[in-house]
Write a protein that binds this ligand. Structure first.
Ligand code: PMV
Length: 354
């Protein structure tokens, strides 16, 4: 198939890890397996237009390896270009057509820019989906299973956690003995049983600090190389994923809370015990954690927190208690958020072609 030009558009969501990916080997191979809830509302929408380079293409463009323009919220965005350039270089062996076309990437997020919510997972996943749509147009016999698997593999090469933003409500990435089909190369929809207690699980994201990240995740992953506790941590992630696999089946929310909160604090403990060391939580992060613990103790409502590599807090709870938990959040937690900002999200299904 020979295609002159065209356009695709995809949305891809963010995701929140329950067992955290922190530490990697070469080629974005994770040091340990991770599992995440796919989000529904926090997403990136990306339009990708492509046109064959031809005799009217300036020689400077033909000579350049990849040729693309980047628009963010409709305006040219030069500072994202090196990251995309690097991504295209990494995936070139998987997508032989990349050099034949000029691309226009037009992207926007549904959540506020610099809200401290990482857009790399949703952004790289949305771009990977679009590129796979071109690959599929050129090779129409491709199966759906292959399409999504390869899209996740490409997304991984953009940003590790992005491979968990392609397909499925609960996604596992990284080899794990008892999880059939799990792979270090791409994320897969969690294949085992999931109890109804986790249906429509809620994630309210409290924006504690919207500033630039103190440590990029690239630097953070690197710090696990000479880390004194790395090997034990990687084993622990396998153990916690086994525990969570049993918890997903039983629906035991008390046990769920223990694993998820311990994973969040361990991620931050790894940063506090690396060299150099970092504290990514803010005073208000701790205020929120303590308030959640008190509320849970007083009410016995199964609400818990998790954290990314930053100060924001994700509040996780089942749908059937969302009324009372949202009231608690408004009454007692919003005061700890920067400008009172928070985002209500919940489990979603993955990327969508628009
Ligand atoms: O995808 P990266 O390289 O930005 O790493 C993300 C790591 C965490 O968000 C902290 C944990 C995770 O598993 O998503």
């Amino acid at each position: 198939h020979n295609i002159e030009s065209g356009e695709f558009q995809w949305s891809a969501p963010s995701n929140i890890a329950l067992v955290k990916y922190w530490g990697k080997k070469d080629n974005q191979i994770p040091a340990n397996p991770s599992v995440s809830f796919t989000l529904n509302n926090c997403k990136t929408i990306t339009k990708l237009a492509f046109a064959k380079k031809d005799s009217s293409t300036p020689l400077t463009v033909i000579n350049g390896k990849f040729s693309f323009d980047l628009l963010f919220e409709g305006k040219p965005k030069e500072d994202f270009k090196p990251k995309i350039q690097k991504f295209l270089e990494r995936i070139e062996i998987y997508l032989p057509f990349l050099k034949d076309y000029h691309f226009t990437i037009d992207t926007e997020n549904t959540f506020p820019h610099s809200s401290g919510i990482a857009s790399s997972a949703s952004g790289m996943a949305a771009l990977a989906m679009n590129l796979m749509s071109i690959e599929k147009a050129l090779n129409p016999e491709m199966t759906d299973a292959y399409f999504y698997q390869k899209a996740s593999l490409l997304a991984r090469l953009g940003s590790g956690s992005a491979c968990r933003s392609v397909k499925g409500q609960v996604v596992v990435w990284g080899n794990q003995a008892n999880i059939g089909g799990s792979s270090d190369l791409y994320g897969v929809e969690f294949p085992n049983a999931i109890h109804d207690n986790f249906k429509n699980f809620q994630d309210t994201i409290l924006l504690v600090d919207k500033g630039e990240k103190q440590v990029s995740s690239t630097v953070g992953h690197d710090l696990m190389h000479a880390h004194p506790y790395a090997e034990r941590r990687f084993e622990q992630a396998h153990e916690n994923l086994d525990k969570l696999t049993a918890i997903f089946e039983s629906g035991n929310l008390e046990e769920f809370i223990k694993v998820v909160e311990s994973e969040a604090l361990t991620l931050h403990a790894m940063m506090m015990t690396s060299m150099p060391y970092f504290i990514l939580m803010k005073p208000n992060t701790l205020q929120i954690i303590n308030a959640i613990w008190k509320f849970r103790n007083d009410t016995k409502i199964p609400v818990c927190f998790t954290l990314d590599a930053g100060a924001n807090v994700h509040v996780l709870y089942p749908e059937n208690v969302s009324g009372i938990v949202l009231q608690f959040i408004k009454d007692e937690l919003v005061g700890f958020c920067q400008n009172g900002q928070y985002i209500c999200d919940e489990i979603g299904n993955g990327a969508i072609r628009l």
